[in-house]
Design a protein. Structure first.
Length: 337
């Protein structure tokens, strides 16, 4: 039995597939298999897979009728034989130590169910500044506490970088179909169920950012879809951790903030107040909820705060502001944008 099973969904990836396969077949850990699922490609994807499989028996190609990346990924997971299962996308590159380093972390930490790594951004930092900033942010979240407390900001462990124990998918399920990002849903579901996560503190994956990347073009990965799926998980987290449930205080009062925070209302959460620094907003009442000066946020133990301010640099500034007032992330407040 192989030590690691690499699941590789493939769809019309002829231009990048060989580079991805070369990176996997050059790993320092040799005891692995690649479950490459051709999702009904119309280009030379299957031909490339067959050619590589003839040269290296660790590659196990298979084909299915086109059903999308979730079906392809779950097909590969179902065929995996190893105790550790890794995800790889067919337009990225695994650095030579990736599988060895992640498997070693799982070996040494029986309390950890899922591991990631630091990412090397493979796109243009000028034209793709948003993605680059996101990668930089994920690279700061290395231990379980940081990953867990920041899970409602964005996806803290990029999907192509994960490796996990087989029992995680057996106990908590694999990717689900829906109008939401399936990878984010999987991580939120596993964390909610008690799975602990960590990262290898090394760059082990080159995450490329081609213009046709599915996360750029499918409505399932739109910003609002991320807020929609995380609102339910966040509401359940608040029910367990907010002493004043269901009441929360919202940092930010702009239209975008309210639109995204309002998704919590569908889950029974109520708002005590909005807080802002804009004097033109302070003093207003929005749908019965007052807008107050940010300096008037409740003290520690007097109310739970959610920050929905997502502008560049705002998260760091708010963390410093609340910390100076003695508020602790996870106990008194959480970032949600």
């Amino acid at each position: 039995m192989p030590r690691v099973s690499v699941t590789l969904p493939c769809y019309n990836c002829e231009p990048t597939l060989a580079r991805t396969l070369d990176s996997l077949l050059s790993q320092t850990l040799e005891d692995f298999e690649i479950l490459a699922v051709d999702d009904g490609s119309t280009d030379a994807t299957r031909t490339i897979l067959d050619e590589y499989a003839r040269r290296d028996e660790r590659l196990r190609p298979m084909s299915i009728e086109h059903g999308g990346v979730i079906k392809a990924a779950n097909t590969a997971i179902a065929k995996a034989r190893a105790p550790y299962i890794a995800r790889m996308d067919a337009d990225d590159e695994a650095l030579p130590e990736r599988l060895a380093a992640q498997a070693a972390l799982l070996d040494s930490r029986p309390d950890i169910g899922l591991v990631g790594c630091r990412i090397r951004f493979g796109g243009c930092r000028e034209s793709c500044a948003g993605y680059a900033h996101y990668v930089d942010w994920t690279n700061t979240l290395l231990d379980h506490e940081a990953i867990s407390l920041n899970r409602f900001v964005e996806f803290p462990v990029p999907n192509p970088s994960i490796m996990y124990r087989r029992e995680c998918v057996e106990h908590h399920g694999s990717y689900r179909e829906g109008d939401f990002p399936e990878d984010y849903d999987l991580l939120l579901r596993w964390l909610e169920s008690g799975v602990r996560a960590a990262k290898v503190d090394e760059e082990l994956l080159v995450w490329n950012d081609p213009p046709d990347r599915i996360s750029r073009n499918h409505e399932r990965y739109a910003v609002e879809a991320f807020y929609r799926v995380k609102s339910g998980y966040l509401a359940r987290w608040l029910e367990r951790h907010n002493p004043r449930h269901p009441e929360v205080h919202i940092l930010g009062s702009g239209r975008t903030t309210r639109k995204r925070a309002d998704m919590l209302l569908e889950h029974g959460i109520t708002f005590a107040a909005y807080y802002d620094v804009d004097p033109n907003k302070i003093g207003h009442v929005v749908h019965g909820v007052p807008v107050r000066n940010r300096d008037d946020v409740p003290a520690a133990g007097e109310g739970f705060l959610l920050s929905y301010v997502g502008s560049r640099g705002a998260r760091e500034e708010i963390t410093a502001f609340l910390g100076a007032r003695g508020l602790v992330m996870g106990r008194d407040w959480l970032p949600a944008a």
